[in-house]
Design a protein around this ligand. Structure first.
Ligand code: B1M
Length: 232
């Protein structure tokens, strides 16, 4: 019998419900090792990668976002939470990207200039890979020249842009306007997304579609690429 005051929680002994609640707490506390372990436990119990992602990780990050907004959490803590989220995503990435199918198209994606949020954009990239796209991720803080260089290099079907700040979302229009000026706008399907955007904004800046989340992004990209090929 062990009578030591062991505060460590045995994650594998928790029910699914308690484990996801614990993972929300662990994400909040930025505990990457625990998130890594919890993600593996849920998968070993037969949870799909997308259920694990949405119910354990994305929901946990939503809670972090609320307390960040309300001034309860600050940047260093949110960075730790983001780091923990990435530990879980690293496990899910190959599963979500698993596809025997040939590439159904090519995507260039990046978070726009001035913006360093990349969790959502990374998820979109993963879902697109899972849907069979070849994805070229330009990372964060991407300016128009970097987008143009990647378009020239990869000749994608889709250009995806992400912005999480109300101050950086207008930069998407800078990129689209530049494509217009260069007579290249119609060469690409332009998809935009990020928490502060909405459909009206997507329409107003001349994107082909606003995508609410990663699943919608992958469905929309597939549908628009197919429609474009059928029309060609
Ligand atoms: Co930032 N931050 N942050 N932050 N941060 C937000 C966005 C904020 C809403 C928090 C808040 O106040 N509630 C707020 C913005 C307010 C506003 O603009 N009105 C904010 C702020 C203010 C800031 C700083 C300015 C804080 C400061 O320094 N004082 C600073 C800005 C730095 C900069 O970018 N220049 C900052 C910094 C950071 C961290 C570095 C600490 C960290 C980012 C770490 C990282 O990404 N590696 C961070 C985080 C983590 C957040 C929150 C808490 C979470 C974002 C996230 O990852 N969500 C966020 C609050 C929130 O959004 N609730 C917040 C989870 C992710 C799965 O969702 O990114 O929405 P999301 O992506 C979704 C969809 O939006 C969509 O699909 C995704 C998956 O389903 N989607 C796309 C996203 N991109 C897409 C692209 C597509 C399609 C769909 O293309 C086709």
């Amino acid at each position: 019998m062990s009578d030591e005051m062991d505060e460590e929680i045995d994650l594998s002994a928790l029910s699914d419900e308690d484990l996801t609640a614990q993972m929300h707490d662990d994400l909040y506390d930025g505990l990457a090792d625990e998130i890594h372990e919890g993600t593996n436990i849920l998968l070993s119990r037969g949870w799909s990668a997308s259920r694990t992602l949405n119910e354990a990780l994305v929901e946990g990050m939503r809670i972090v976002g609320i307390d960040f907004r309300d001034g309860i959490l600050f940047v260093p803590e949110v960075l730790l939470a983001a780091n923990a989220m990435k530990a879980g995503m690293a496990i899910l990435r190959p599963i979500l990207a698993e596809t025997g199918a040939e590439s159904i198209g090519t995507v260039v994606i990046g978070t726009v200039k001035g913006d360093i949020h990349d969790i959502g954009k990374n998820l979109v990239g993963m879902m697109l890979e899972g849907a069979g796209f070849e994805v070229h991720d330009l990372g964060i803080n991407t300016d128009v020249d970097q987008f143009l260089a990647a378009l020239a290099e990869h000749k994608p079907d889709v250009l995806g842009m992400s912005a999480l700040l109300t101050t950086t979302m207008p930069y998407m229009k800078v990129v689209i306007d530049t494509l217009e000026e260069k007579g290249m706008r119609d060469d690409y399907i332009v998809l935009v997304g990020g928490a502060p955007l909405n459909e009206e904004f997507g329409d107003a800046i001349g994107a082909d579609a606003y995508c609410r989340d990663a699943a919608v992004a992958s469905e929309t990209a597939s549908a628009l690429v197919q429609a474009r090929r059928a029309a060609a």
